[in-house]
Structure formats: C-alpha cells, structure tokens
Design a protein around this ligand. Structure first.
Ligand SMILES: Nc1ncnc2c1ncn2[C@@H]1O[C@H](COP(=O)(O)OP(=O)(O)OP(=O)(O)O)[C@@H](O)[C@H]1O
Ligand SMILES: [Mg+2]
Length: 274
C-alpha cells in the first residue's frame, strides 16, 4: 500500500526540495565566466514561489549577471537554471539535457518580467503603447484587452493622466513607473528589479519605491530585487542574500542580515552602505 511508500517519498523530498514544486527559481551549480573572470562560481540558490528576495553585495559581485541569466541575455557556462520547474537555457531531448533553442527559452522567459535601472522604454511610442506592445505581439491579446490591462496598471502606478505622452515628456520617476506597469502587463510570475531607483533624482525615489511596496504587499508576484535601498529591502524582503566573489556567503531574514550578520564581509559591506 501507499503507506509504505510515504516515508521514502518524504525522504526524497527532503533530500531534493525541488520535487515539492514550490521553487519558482532554482540556480544549480551555475558558473558564469567572462574570460578568466569567474563571475558566478557554482552558484546555488532558490527562490520560492511568492517570496520577495533581495540580492545585496559589492559592485561587481555578479548581481546583475544573475538577472541577465534569468532574462536569457547571457547563458551559463555550467550548471542549470529552472523557472517554474522548467529549464531555462536547456531543454530535455531524448532524455538528455541539451542547450535550449530560442523558442523554448522564449516560452520559459514569458514567466519573467524585468525592470531596468535605465527604464528602457520605447522612446517612439506613447505610454499606453509602451505597455500594450508586448501583450499584443508576444501574448496575442487583442488591442482592446491589452489597453484595458494597461489602463488598470497605469492606475496602479498612479499615471492614468499620462497615457498619451511620450517617455521624453515624463520625469524619470514617472518613466520608471511606466516601466513597472509594462513589465506587469505580461503577467509574469516573477519580477526582476535591478537597482530601479539608482538613476533617479533623490526626490523621485520614494514614489517609485511606494509603488513597488504596494505591488509586493498586494499581489502574489515573486520578486527578485537588487537594491541599495536598505530600508526598502527591509520592508519588502522575505529573504536577503549576500553575494561576494560569485557565491552567496550569507542569507536570512532582513532582520537577521541587517541587524546581526554572521559574516565579516557582510558587516563590512553593510557598514559602507547603511
Ligand atoms: N559583458 C561583459 N563582459 C565582460 N565582463 C562582464 C560583462 N558583464 C559583466 N562583466 C563582469 O562581471 C562581473 C559582475 O558584473 P555584474 O554587473 O553582475 O555586477 P553587479 O554585482 O551587478 O555590480 P554593480 O553593483 O556595480 O551593478 C564584473 O566583474 C563585470 O566587470
Ligand atoms: Mg549591477
């Protein structure tokens, strides 16, 4: 009977938590090199579905590289990345793991949205079209459906009055809020945020962080966030991962990492940024 199987199944799950299906992102022994520079060194970490995880660490430690791997802008040299249980840069053919074709990567990547430091809006399109473009062309939504979705998102980010403007007619903070709406319009399961306020004038930072706090608290979207805004990280994060030299050297709740870090390198880093 199945009773006999239960302990071994539970043991398998304990040995390999991936089988419980709760990890939305899984890096397994991911190595990324640029020439002789080993940026990520057999990196392993997971982000569980619905969690908000913040990556911190010194400049050059590989934080952006992690997000770029998830966007398939770069590929790992070794190791695998899974998103919602599917390989990102690999696919299984005849029982073997082979580099993924563009079509497979594109399908898995649809689960991921990203907001960049420099907004990266389409300068020749008005706000509304910036948001509807990908849902229409990538997801196949009708123009009406995409516009309806865009209007709801513009309300969420507080920009309903600006849908008919070009990006150049908006402040940096407004442009970044459009970029957040644009990423969400694809209904991704995970939102990647790479220092999204660091290009903004100081007085515009709070408005963008408020929008992100709102999204973090009112939706079940998974977030992987690189930020130097430590108060924001403290507010929204379930877990903070401290990176150095291609490894996660320490991880834990924001209270633990910010108030009582174990690692000397973490203490040094935090004393420089806090
Ligand atoms: N296209 C590239 N070609 C060569 N080296 C690169 C490339 N992209 C990144 N690197 C190197 O990889 C390392 C990690 O870069 P990455 O941008 O991931 O760091 P980061 O942690 O995001 O830093 P920062 O906090 O300054 O944004 C750095 O040493 C960087 O010089
Ligand atoms: Mg970076």
């Amino acid at each position: 009977m199945s009773v006999e199987n239960t302990p071994s199944t539970a043991a398998q799950e304990a040995a390999n938590p991936a089988v419980d299906g709760s990890e939305l992102i899984r890096f397994e022994n991911v190595t990324k090199r640029y020439g002789s520079n080993v940026v990520l060194d057999s990196l392993c970490f997971d982000v569980a579905s619905g969690k908000h995880v913040t990556l911190i660490g010194p400049s050059g430690s590989g934080k952006t590289t992690i997000l770029r791997l998830l966007m398939t802008l770069v590929k790992p040299d070794e190791g695998t990345i899974k998103v919602a249980g599917e390989y990102l840069s690999h696919e299984e053919r005849n029982g073997k793991l082979v580099p993924a074709g563009e079509r497979h990567s594109r399908e898995v990547r649809k689960k991921i949205g990203m907001v960049f430091q420099q907004f990266n809006l389409f300068p020749n399109m008005k706000v509304l079209r910036n948001i509807t473009e990908a849902p229409v062309h990538v997801l196949g939504l009708s123009k009406d459906e995409a516009e309806q979705r865009a209007r709801e998102l513009l309300e969420l980010v507080g920009l309903t009055d600006h849908l008919d403007k070009y990006p150049s007619q908006l402040s940096g903070g407004q442009q970044q809020r459009v970029a957040i709406a644009r990423a969400l319009a694809m209904r991704p399961q995970v939102l990647l945020l790479d220092e999204v306020t660091s290009a903004l004038d100081p007085e515009l930072v709070a408005g963008v962080l408020d929008v992100l706090r709102d999204i973090a608290h009112s939706t079940d979207i998974t977030m992987l966030c690189v930020t130097h805004e430590m108060n924001f990280a403290r507010d929204i994060s379930d877990d903070v991962l401290m990176f150095d030299a291609g490894h996660v050297i320490e991880s834990g709740s924001p209270e633990k990492i910010f108030s009582d870090p174990e690692h000397e390198r973490t203490r040094e880093f935090l004393s420089a940024v806090l």
